[in-house]
Design a protein around this ligand. Structure first.
Ligand SMILES: NC(=O)c1ccc[n+]([C@@H]2O[C@H](COP(=O)([O-])OP(=O)(O)OC[C@H]3O[C@@H](n4cnc5c(N)ncnc54)[C@H](OP(=O)(O)O)[C@@H]3O)[C@@H](O)[C@H]2O)c1
Length: 226
């Protein structure tokens, strides 16, 4: 698969290298051609680098790491994003004292509204860079969830495959509207990591457990809440 990285910082560099290790063709984009090329030179694995425009033109799948910046300010023309799978891995900036405002609309939904011809998928925002350093081994032993949401089914399946390939467990979270829930999970995990000092390798996973052998608590009964 051809993957373009838009913004080659911590997330872009880490995911780009992991996908290149799996044999994907990766192009690191940055605000300057020199920076993109430098990241590619350091990354190896036959990766290429250059401008964000060039990365977007290259990839069928694009990782968008530029938090809250309208693509119209990043690319010469947003038409370069038409039909592309556009992965939004962003979290909102941490507010002072972790006093988060209620989310009315997610970053991913805002991005989708800005580039309606792109196929936006939310993913990879509920774990820190330190966790990617463990991928794919020993990460795969821990069944770490990547929560994935998007309105385009085939785009979502592509991103789920890319998550699974590098040792995560992709969880289909339905429509892009649910990105607001996934972003809240990202906010929670950073609260635990930083304010609650649990460290950068904590993350959020969901697990379906086997049901109890007997229902000694009476089992689930009809609720009479109105
Ligand atoms: N780091 C993590 O552990 C982590 C984990 C989960 C989610 N996230 C989220 O992922 C996003 C990226 O995080 P990061 O840690 O990768 O940040 P980062 O290391 O600062 O990289 C972000 C990149 O964005 C580019 N950029 C910044 N402002 C720009 C602008 N105005 N126009 C165009 N490009 C711009 C820069 O690219 P160039 O300098 O290359 O041009 C920079 O390298 C954030 O929303 C963050 O919340 C981060």
């Amino acid at each position: 698969m051809k993957i373009g990285i838009i913004g080659s910082g911590n997330m872009g560099r880490s995911l780009g290298i992991l996908w290149a290790e799996q044999g994907h063709e990766v192009f690191f984009g940055a605000r300057t051609t020199e920076k993109g090329q430098e990241v590619a030179t350091n990354a190896g694995h036959k990766t290429q680098g250059g401008s964000n425009d060039a990365a977007a033109a290259f990839g069928a799948v694009l990782l968008y790491t530029v938090r809250g910046v309208n693509p119209a300010k990043v690319f010469s023309s947003v038409s370069v994003l038409d039909d592309k799978v556009l992965i939004d891995c962003n979290n909102q900036e941490i507010p002072e004292n972790f006093e988060y405002p209620a989310i009315a609309r997610s970053l991913a939904e805002t991005l989708a509204a800005e580039v309606p011809k792109a196929r936006v998928v939310k993913a990879f925002n509920t774990m820190a860079q330190e966790l990617f350093e463990l991928a794919p081994d020993p990460l795969k032993n821990y069944k770490v969830s990547v929560f994935v949401a998007g309105d385009d089914e085939s785009a979502k399946q592509t991103v789920m495959q890319l998550a699974n390939e590098i040792g995560f467990q992709a969880i289909d979270c339905g429509k892009l509207r649910h990105a607001r829930l996934i972003e809240s999970a990202g906010d929670l995990i950073r609260l635990l990591m930083i304010q609650q000092q649990m460290g950068s390798t904590v993350t959020i996973s969901v697990h379906a457990l086997p049901p109890a052998q007997s229902q000694r608590l009476g089992g689930r009964q009809d609720s009479n809440l109105k």
